[in-house]
Design a binder for this molecule. Sequence first.
Ligand code: C2E
Ligand code: CA
Ligand code: CA
Length: 585
Amino acid sequence: MWAGSVTDEQPSPARFARLWAKAVTGTSFLAMNQEQLEALLARFTDRLGEALRAEHLDLRVGHQVGAGLVAAHLTSAEGLGRTVEVLQRHLLTHLGLDGEAAHERMSRLLAAVATGYARALRNRTLDEQESIRRAAMVARIQAEQALRESEARFRYQATHDSLTDLPNRSLFTERLASAMNRPGWHGRRLGVIFLDLDRFKVVNDTLGHQLGDQLLIQVAARLREAAGEHLVARLGGDEFVILVEATSGVDEVVRVAEAALAAVRRPINVEEHEITVTASGGIVERPTSATTPGDLMRAADITLHWAKSAGRARSMIFDPERNKRELARYALSAAMPAALERGEFYLDYQPLASLGDGSVLGVEALVRWRHPDLGVLRPDSFIGLAEETGLIVRLGEWVMAEACREAGNWSGPDGRSPFISVNLAVRQVHAAGLVDQVRALLERTGLPPQRLQLEITESTMMSSAAEPVHALRVLADLGVRIAIDDFGTGYSNLAYLRHLPVNELKLAGSFVTGLGNGGSGTDERILASLVSLAHALDLTVTAEGVETALQAERLRAIGCDAGQGWHFGRPAPPQRIVERLRCPS
Ligand code: C2E
Ligand code: CA
Ligand code: CA
């Protein structure tokens, strides 16, 4: 038993300190060795001794010793218990004190030690809690910071193009939307420039994608520099866009666009190649109140295509009128197939009259579209569209069938029936089945081939492909008449016509307009020689656009065979032709 093992020694403060040290050893984990512990407790013993011997008992010494024990990590319950026990039982003896007063002081001092100990322990616990709390806070802040950094990195990656490091489409869209919605003064405007490299695909295909990428990186850097404070984004591929916020007008945006195009135009060195590329740009500038991001982007995209089709290497400004026209054209061409199904197309017929006796030699079929909303549309407003979409092949087929069917009703007074003249578009002439189609049609309607004339424009005839000429030759061999329409509006080459299966020239109305109203005699002489040349080639000549009796008279005098125009009858429904053939005036 530790308490007994020192009783045979002479009591002294130093011995007491050793006794005390032995008593508490092993009760707590201490950051000091036995010697250091004894030294510490010896100091405490001295202080307690001084306090007990002093005139006035200073309880603060007890508090301090209690706190000192805690500071030395003597914090276990057992350690405190043994301290109290050893102090109570042995301290007075080792200090050489005795008597009731000393015992009473000892008790109070012991209580003070316990109090100091308890307080210090409580403070230490609070401190520990506080430092745990603080450590947790620091950890949280660090975690948040790391998260923010990785979020920022992630957001950067999500909003930037990895090749060029420019903002990408998603960031651009975000910025555009916020620029549009930003509350500002009334009439706030902004501009967008859509840019696209011209023939970038060629660069990619010839130099390879790697050089293509290098080129894009340099173009991106130049655009960023040229655009200054304005946002430049890469939308993908070789497509870029510049956002010009708070503009004063379109001129400002045009200046930015021109600077951007000029920056791209300068030769670029990529590895050992010097490459020159150009870009095209579509510019839209308008008040934010009058548009949406979607509208703006569509308009810019459309304008870019205008710039491309106008020859590239330029920028263009969005033109709402042009856009409206193009949309209307688009709507019209989209509506055409259903219109053909529903029977909205019909034919008017215009006579081709003999300049000799005024009899009807032939009749031209002219197509019209009775549009449910737009009223009757003239062919000039939809034939071009039908050519673009290819619907002209089906539409033309219908026209020819309908015209041949109608022509079956025509018989002249002397049993001679006029031919039906049908316009053929380029696409139709190039279409594979033309010969078969005509053959089948003639068979079905019983119309003699001589009563069908096909009108083809000069340019169609001259088109380099041999196929159309071959088809026309086969048709001519069948007996079908071939006419050159609008002769004189293209590059005429009468000598060349000799080699083609042509029966008739239709002189464009422009030749006729000046006739007989005091024009120079030269026009008339040119016309006269044209007619005699045509006759020398065995071609009949029909003059178009004959509006007056005087014109008809001059044409007759010149030697023209036939005339077509208001003077002889306007395009009209088929009954008019039937009536006219029944009782010619
Ligand atoms: P085109 O073949 O030169 O047809 C003659 C055009 O001149 C017609 O216009 C006719 O209405 C107009 N015209 C007739 N007489 C006169 C006159 O005295 N003075 C004036 N100023 N004009 C006159 P339309 O019907 O508008 O046809 C325009 C063009 O559309 C035609 O020119 C023709 O190239 C094309 N077209 C008409 N129908 C068809 C068709 O069924 N198929 C194809 N592919 N094209 C057609
Ligand atoms: Ca014609
Ligand atoms: Ca014509």
